[in-house]
Design a protein around this ligand. Structure first.
Ligand SMILES: *[C@@H]1O[C@H](CO)[C@@H](O)[C@H](O)[C@H]1NC(C)=O
Ligand SMILES: *[C@@H]1O[C@H](CO)[C@@H](O)[C@H](O)[C@H]1NC(C)=O
Ligand SMILES: *[C@@H]1O[C@H](CO)[C@@H](O)[C@H](O)[C@H]1NC(C)=O
Ligand SMILES: *[C@@H]1O[C@H](CO)[C@@H](O)[C@H](O)[C@H]1NC(C)=O
Length: 433
C-alpha cells in the first residue's frame, strides 16, 4: 500500500516534471541585454549556460565565428559534452581536426575530439580549443517584453583558455560570436527553434542601461511605442571569400559582415578617396565591415586623411583645438550647437548600392565628447594597408537598429532612433512571462 502510493506520487511527479520540461511553447524570437563597459568600451552580454546554470559574461562580437568561453578555470557542468571526431557536430562546425589532450580529462581536455580556433578579436590572439556542447537558457520575446525562458540543450561552442581573456572587460569569460557561420549564435538559435534566420542589434551609448540583441524577426519595440523593424533601409551583405580571422584554413570565407560602401559624402559633398580600397580584392583585402569590437570607426590612412580634411573644411568657421588621441580632429564644444541627433555638425553619408541609398551619420554618432570642452570626430586612423579599409565601429552604430537577414543576405538599418524620440536603451526588459 505504502509502496503503491509512493509510486503514484512518483508517477505524478514524473508527469508533472515532464509537463514542465516539454512545453509546446516555441519562441518566435529571443532577446539578450547588452551593456557598454565604460573602461574597455566593449559591449557585454551574458548567457546562462551549464548544469547547474550559471550566468556567463561575454564580450559581444558581431563578426565572431562562434561562442567561446574559458574552460580552463571554473567550468563545472554535468551536461558538458565534447564533440567526437567526425561527428555531425564537427562537420557542421567545419572542424576536421582530431585532437588528443595529455592531461587529466576535464571540459576542454578530452581525447578524440575536434577543435577550432577561438580568437580574442580585440587583441587578435587565438589558440586551439575543443568543440563542445552544453545547455544554454535564454529569454524568448514577443518583441515588446522578454517572455518565457527557453533552453537549447546542446548549444555548440568552443573551449578557450584563461589567457585568451586578456584584454577583455573585467569579469568576462569569453566572446559571443554572431558572425556568418553555421555555428554562430544566430544560426544555432534559428535552427533550434525554426524561426527566421535574422537577428538585430541595438547598442546603447549609455553605460548604465541595457541595449539589446534580438534573435529572430521583428517586431522590435522600443518605448514609448516605436517598432524599429519598420522602415528599415536595406543594403546587400557582401561575403568576403577570404577569412579575416586571426587563424584560418585556406578556403575559409570571412565570418565578418561586409557592406558595399561606394563613396563617402560630407555635407552631401563627395569626398575624394581611392575607390579601389572600397572593394574587396581577390586576397580578401579592402572593403567595409561592421564590428562591435572596435569602439570607433577605423579608416585606412588615406581615407582617414581625406575624411578628416573634408570634415574640417565644412566646419572651417569653428575654431579647432588640439586633437586628443586616438582622434585626429577636435573642436571646442562651446562652438558647436546641439540638436536632437547630437552635436550640430555636417552629416557623413556612407553611399551604398546607389546614390539614393546611404547610411547617414549624425553628430550623436560622429562626435565624441572627450571632455567638458572638447568634441572630437570619432574616427581613427587605421594605417596603410590594413586588411579591411573601413571598419564601422560601435560608436557609429549606437542608437541605430541593425537587422542582419542571413537568409536574404541583406542588412536593414534604421538610422538614428533619436529622430524617432527613442533609443536602444528603451526596450522594456520587464518580463511578461
Ligand atoms: C588521451 O590518450 C592518451 C594516450 O592514450 C593518454 O595518455 C591521455 O591521458 C588521454 N587523455 C585524456 C584526457 O583522456
Ligand atoms: C588605390 O589603392 C590601391 C589599393 O591599395 C593601390 O594599388 C593604388 O595605387 C591606389 N591608387 C592611387 C591613385 O593612389
Ligand atoms: C567659440 O567659442 C568661444 C568661447 O565661447 C567664443 O569666444 C568664440 O566667439 C566662438 N567662436 C565662434 C566662431 O563661434
Ligand atoms: C513594461 O512592460 C511591463 C510588462 O508588460 C508593463 O507592465 C509596463 O507598463 C511596461 N512599461 C512601460 C513604461 O510601458
Amino acid at each position: 500500500m505504502a509502496y503503491s502510493s509512493l509510486s503514484t506520487l512518483l508517477l505524478s511527479l514524473l508527469l508533472l516534471s515532464s509537463a514542465v520540461a516539454q512545453p509546446s511553447f516555441r519562441p518566435k524570437a529571443l532577446v539578450l541585454p547588452v551593456t557598454k563597459d565604460s573602461s574597455t568600451l566593449q559591449y557585454l552580454t551574458h548567457l546562462n549556460q551549464r548544469t547547474p546554470l550559471v550566468p556567463v559574461s561575454l564580450t559581444l562580437d558581431l563578426g565572431g565565428q562562434f561562442l567561446w568561453v574559458d574552460c580552463d578555470q571554473g567550468y563545472v557542468s554535468s551536461s558538458y559534452s565534447p564533440a567526437r571526431c567526425r561527428s555531425a557536430q564537427c562537420s557542421l562546425a567545419g572542424a576536421d581536426s582530431c585532437g588528443q589532450c595529455f592531461s587529466a580529462p576535464r571540459p576542454g581536455c578530452n581525447n578524440n575530439t575536434c577543435g577550432l580556433f577561438p580568437a580574442n578579436t580585440v587583441t587578435r590572439t587565438a589558440t586551439g580549443g575543443e568543440l563542445a556542447s552544453d545547455v544554454v537558457s535564454i529569454q524568448s520575446t514577443n518583441g515588446e517584453n522578454p517572455g518565457r525562458v527557453v533552453s537549447v540543450p546542446k548549444l555548440l561552442f568552443v573551449c578557450g583558455s584563461t589567457f585568451l581573456l586578456e584584454g577583455l572587460a573585467s569579469g568576462v569569460k569569453g566572446m559571443a560570436g554572431l558572425g556568418r557561420t553555421r555555428i554562430s549564435l544566430p544560426s544555432q538559435f534559428s535552427s533550434s527553434f525554426s524561426f527566421p534566420r535574422k537577428f538585430a542589434i541595438c547598442l546603447t551609448s549609455s553605460t548604465r542601461s541595457n541595449g539589446v540583441v534580438f534573435f529572430g524577426d521583428g517586431p522590435y519595440f522600443f518605448l514609448p511605442n516605436t517598432d524599429a523593424s519598420e522602415s528599415l533601409i536595406y543594403t546587400p551583405l557582401i561575403l568576403n571569400p577570404v577569412s579575416t580571422a586571426a587563424v584560418f584554413s585556406q578556403g575559409d570565407a570571412s565570418s565578418d559582415y561586409f557592406i558595399g560602401v561606394k563613396s563617402i559624402k560630407i555635407n552631401e559633398k563627395r569626398v575624394n578617396i581611392n575607390t579601389t580600397l572600397l572593394s574587396i580584392d581577390s586576397e580578401g583585402v579592402g572593403g567595409t565591415k561592421i564590428s562591435t569590437v572596435n569602439p570607433y570607426t577605423v579608416l585606412e590612412s588615406s581615407i582617414f586623411k581625406a575624411v578628416t580634411e573634408a570634415f574640417a573644411q565644412s566646419l572651417s568657421k569653428i575654431p579647432k583645438v588640439e586633437a586628443v588621441a586616438p582622434f585626429g580632429l577636435c573642436f571646442n564644444s562651446k562652438n558647436i550647437s546641439s540638436t536632437r541627433v547630437g552635436p550640430g555638425v555636417p552629416s557623413i553619408d556612407l553611399v551604398l548600392q546607389s546614390e539614393s541609398v546611404f547610411w547617414r551619420i549624425f553628430g550623436a554618432n560622429s562626435m565624441v565628447q572627450v571632455s567638458d570642452e572638447v568634441l572630437c570626430l570619432g574616427f581613427v586612423d587605421g594605417g596603410v594597408n590594413p586588411r579591411t579599409s573601413i571598419v564601422i565601429g560601435g560608436y557609429q552604430i549606437e542608437d541605430n537598429l541593425l537587422q542582419f537577414d542571413l537568409a536574404r543576405s541583406r542588412l536593414g538599418f534604421s538610422s538614428s532612433l533619436l529622430f524617432r524620440q527613442t533609443t536602444c536603451a528603451n526596450f522594456n526588459f520587464t518580463s511578461n512571462a
